[in-house]
Design a protein around this ligand. Sequence first.
Ligand SMILES: Cc1cc2nc3c(=O)[nH]c(=O)nc-3n(C[C@H](O)[C@H](O)[C@H](O)COP(=O)(O)O)c2cc1C
Length: 374
Amino acid sequence: MRFEKTKTNKLFTANADGTARSDPRVVRETVYVTEKNISFAIAPMIDWTDRHCRYFHRVMTKRALLYTEMIVADAVIHGDRERLLGDATAGPVALQLGGSDPDKLAEAARIGTGFGYREINLNVGCPSDRVQSGTFGACLMREPALVGQLVEAMKRAVDVPVTVKCRLGVDDQDTGPALDDLARAAWNGGADGLWVHARKAWLEGLSPRENREIPPLDYARVGRLKAENPNRFIGLNGGLQNLDHALEALNQCGAVLDGAMLGRAAYQSPALLREADGMFFAERRPPLSFDEIIGEMAEYADRHIAAGGRLHHVTRHMIGLFQGVPGARQWRQTLSGEAVRPDAAADILRKAYLHLRDHAAPAAASGLLAVRTG
Ligand SMILES: Cc1cc2nc3c(=O)[nH]c(=O)nc-3n(C[C@H](O)[C@H](O)[C@H](O)COP(=O)(O)O)c2cc1C
């Protein structure tokens, strides 16, 4: 992979009084020329990557692989399928399943592909108590042979790719053999790819949240796995802060990995997704302007409300959109206040944006907001 810097845009920064000034630095628009296909994915996140979130992310990136929240196989089989799986999102979306029963996972995978999901992913990384009591998620790091059987059962049931998302190991496991054994079992079962959250999960004593922060990241370990399995798809997840960092990390693991998966950074600073298609997929189309993003999301919210939903279901995922832009605070306040009321209409979203664009950040609007270059 090599990088080429091609274009520059002016950057506007906020003064202390909220006005904007032109910044002597420039925003370099970087075109990444990749010598191999690099995938870009947004991680499965329970309660976050629901259908409304995925719709929002899809507005900004047409090419990223979006993951659902983890859904347990039993829920898919016995629950309200339309509510759990019915999906308004176009483009590549992967369904992440949790479970440890081969027949149930196979059945859930089959049902999922009937709803149009383009990949089925098995969760071997989630450390919550609920998951541990069901013997799935990160606990499966201790049972590579079972993981192989689960993958094999799902592969027999569907003809879309089946992948696994795992950790480096759990508790006192040695991440050398633990990850090798898990990967080997997954490949033997027929897995088409492995996403590795590049840290251990400590099942005793840490909350799920702490388990995303405290065990140290080890990208080099994932790089070694790739070096030993050059023909397998191995993607990197964990602690990637933005797109530049993701590309750098993929390149600096010792072996070039096949994909980057962003979780919290993509959710909390979603505007970065505007650049993803250009950087990862050499898409020439310029990033969508914020006018266009808000326009599409407000229309989507209109439709959702007309169908009996609430504005907040949609806007709760948009709170971080203007991170770092003057007026972002008021934007956040409106979206977590007025927009939460049961009778809130999509015009609240339109007005909050117009206020930010035309009053709070008028000069910035010409730089950061209305970027539509190329
Ligand atoms: C709110 C939240 C919910 C999550 N739910 C899931 C899940 O359902 N399945 C899963 O495999 N990982 C889940 N994760 C972990 C993420 O997929 C990802 O592996 C982790 O956040 C590390 O990536 P990041 O540093 O880019 O956020 C969740 C993370 C968060 C923050």
